[in-house]
Design a protein. Structure first.
Length: 679
């Protein structure tokens, strides 16, 4: 059945017909339709449901969909994929950004039901004369709805079923059971008693970067090539070829706004700063302005616009940090004191996460009586930077602000700017993280940084790729951030950094690193047991020697090139783990739907010792059905090629040489030109 346009159905009959079809267990459907699922442009959204009716009548169904800009529905056929479970499947293409609506409609297919009964009676050599007359009536009814040529064909078929002498013969029976006739009749069904699913569901379709991206975080104030000098936007522009050369397509900047002087933190988060201390970029607001202003030492708005343009020329986008924090020096404090919560002594409450204290930050009171004005002002902050060319925002600690605020803000921004994407930085309880994704956040930080053992990784990523969760939650994997220096990389050194990069880049379609700390393997903690960096860049200027010979720069570039050249790594839904008999080795694969592109990754999780083992390859998931069929695994990291056969294959990884294999699996195909060709 071809896709067709149909207007919204309206029933004018005074007596409602009996609707016999049941539509249940529709997927994706997030919380009974309360929230939208997610897709990216170019995706095909697949919808499944249990669709059935009483008795033995055959059922037909369509998937109805429309973009928010359209009035009429387009219909796509649904197919029965599991008769015993009454499971149906249909799909439609997401061709543009914005919101699509979709629902389902099912009805008793009287012609298919009639064909089914006729076939059984004919095979039992029963008299089918009356049955043929019934079929003719059904065809004539379909002809009334059909286009001119189709109507003529249906009328001819009806006449053939009736027979010129009123006697049933084999010829009209064969004609009646013709599959082509069944398809023609199915195109004009009687849907007066059809069942329309009770909900119109939604899918938010984002641009491609929502589903596949590589982020690089850097502090612009540390971009200066000269030690001790505050970096500028011009310095960041000069650094762009370095970042682009590693294969990143998003340059993420921590807050670039004025930093308050009152209670400014000193180096290593010292609560008492020195006059020369630069403070934390997340302590936003000073005499120069607030969230719409720029730190004067970084440059002007024109300088920032040049940075955005220069990034585009390098194939990158600039992402900005959204941190709705205010210092005591922020203009909001004087202009809108009602937007802040007071303590019993009349002072404004500063931020706390006991026992941590953030005296340099005042949290906004989202429950203030003037909340509407506050919310509109914060929305205008996002819109301001959108107008400067920014389309990506990383949101700091969204779980500490009301859910209702984010749902409203994201919907309002995307209403006018559907290409804007939001990354949620919420390291909190799972349900809170997932709820933020439901509310509209495009991507989400995860617990990846703290999942280090094989069991932890397999369990966690099995959870993230479960049906239902994957419909709305897009993970973005970060092995390090300015706040997170895990014990694994502290103790594992360079091999640990390389292993975590290989995992992040292949387990997730979206990932990021905090650099240059990552490529330079910065792993000195502030104190034993701490995840804070010693001499953290959050509180001081840093001078990074980005040309150091021990940098992972080339390794990162190769991994990102592998991601760009292999479509299998550009999605999250296709992850398969493979058993390995050594708990220090983890193996996983991703493949495109047509199995033309297959990538198998094996990583040594032990950064100190060589580990070896036998990989139990799930060959059917790689499109290899014959256990004796050889296949080639081509290591895209070092260009080595190995010939494997069957399920059990040996691997050995020395972390000092290379802690990972990223194999392109090439299946053996015999051709006349080359009997040993590998696809």
């Amino acid at each position: 059945m071809a896709r067709t346009k149909r207007p919204t159905r309206r029933t004018t009959a005074t007596k409602a017909p009996l609707r016999r079809v049941v539509i249940a267990n529709v997927r994706p459907e997030i919380d009974a339709g309360r929230y939208a699922c997610k897709a990216t442009v170019g995706d095909s959204l697949t919808v499944t449901a249990n669709i059935f009716a009483d008795g033995h009548d055959r059922v037909a169904a369509v998937l109805r969909y429309r973009h928010e800009s359209e009035k009429d529905w387009t219909e796509a056929p649904m197919e029965l994929i599991n008769w015993g479970l009454d499971l149906w499947r249909g799909s439609f293409p997401a061709t543009q950004t914005g919101v699509y609506f979709y629902t389902l409609e099912g009805w008793v297919d009287r012609f298919q039901t009639w064909q089914q009964g006729l076939r059984k009676k004919s095979e039992a050599n029963q008299d089918v004369y009356i049955d043929l007359q019934e079929g003719a009536e059904l065809l004539e009814q379909a002809a009334k709805q059909a286009r001119a040529e189709d109507a003529r064909r249906l009328q001819q078929a009806a006449a053939a079923l009736r027979g010129s002498d009123g006697v049933a013969t084999a010829t009209p029976v064969e004609r009646a059971l013709d599959a082509e006739l069944g398809a023609l009749a199915a195109a004009y069904p009687d849907r007066r008693a059809s069942t329309l699913y009770q909900r119109e569901l939604r899918v938010v379709v984002d641009r491609e970067k929502a589903g596949f991206s590589a982020w690089y975080e850097m502090f612009p104030r540390s971009a200066s090539p000269e030690p001790g000098r505050h970096g500028t936007f011009q310095d960041v522009i000069a650094r762009l070829p370095y970042v682009a050369g590693m294969g990143f397509d998003v340059l993420y900047l921590p807050p670039i706004h004025p930093i308050g002087r009152t209670h400014r933190k000193g180096k290593n988060n010292n609560p008492v700063g020195e006059p020369e201390d630069v403070g934390s970029p997340w302590a936003i607001g000073g005499p120069e302005g607030g969230h719409k202003a720029l730190h004067p030492e970084l440059g002007t708005l024109a300088d920032f616009q040049r940075l955005v343009a220069a990034a585009h020329e390098q194939g990158m986008e600039v992402a900005l940090d959204v941190a709705f924090n205010c210092t005591p020096d922020h203009p909001y404090v004087k202009e809108h004191p009602e937007w802040f919560r007071r303590r019993p002594d009349g002072s404004i409450r500063y931020a706390e996460n006991p026992p941590k204290k953030y005296e340099d930050i005042y949290p906004l009171d989202f429950e203030t009586d003037d909340w509407r004005a506050l919310w509109e002002e914060l929305k205008s902050v996002i819109v301001h930077w959108v107008e400067q060319g920014v389309r990506l925002f990383r949101v700091d600690n969204p779980h500490t602000k009301p859910f209702a605020f984010w749902e409203w803000l994201i919907a309002e921004v995307k209403k006018e700017h559907p290409d804007v994407l939001f990354l949620s930085e919420a390291f909190t309880r799972p349900d809170v993280m997932y709820h933020l994704a439901k509310l509209g956040f495009t991507q989400s930080y995860t617990y990846f940084a703290w999942r280090n053992t094989k069991w932890e990784l397999e369990q966690y990523f099995t959870e993230l790729t479960q049906p239902g969760l994957q419909d709305f939650f897009r993970p973005n994997l970060w092995p390090n951030t300015p706040d997170i220096l895990t014990e694994y990389v502290q103790s594992g050194g360079r091999p640990a950094f390389r292993a975590r990069l290989a995992l992040a880049a292949t387990l997730g379609a979206n990932y990021g690193i905090y650099g240059p700390a990552f490529e330079l393997c910065e792993n000195r903690p502030r104190s034993p047991g701490s995840e804070e960096y010693l001499n953290s860049e959050k509180y001081e200027l840093k001078h990074w020697e980005i040309d150091r010979p021990d940098s992972l720069r080339e390794y990162i570039a190769r991994v990102n090139r592998i991601r760009r050249e292999n479509p299998a790594l550009q999605r999250d839904r296709n992850l398969v783990f493979h058993a390995v008999d050594n708990p220090q080795l983890i193996a996983c694969s991703k493949a495109t739907d047509d199995l033309f592109n297959i990538v198998l990754t094996v990583v040594n999780l032990d950064p100190h010792w060589t580990q070896s083992g036998w990989v139990e390859v799930n060959t059917p998931s790689l499109g290899i059905e014959d256990p004796h069929q050889p296949y080639q695994v081509h290591d895209l990291l070092d260009d080595a090629r190995y010939l494997w056969q069957g399920r059990r294959n040996y691997v050995e990884l020395n972390p000092d040489k290379s802690p990972a294999h990223i194999f392109r699996v090439r299946r053996h195909v015999r051709t006349e030109q080359d009997p040993d060709y590998f696809l």
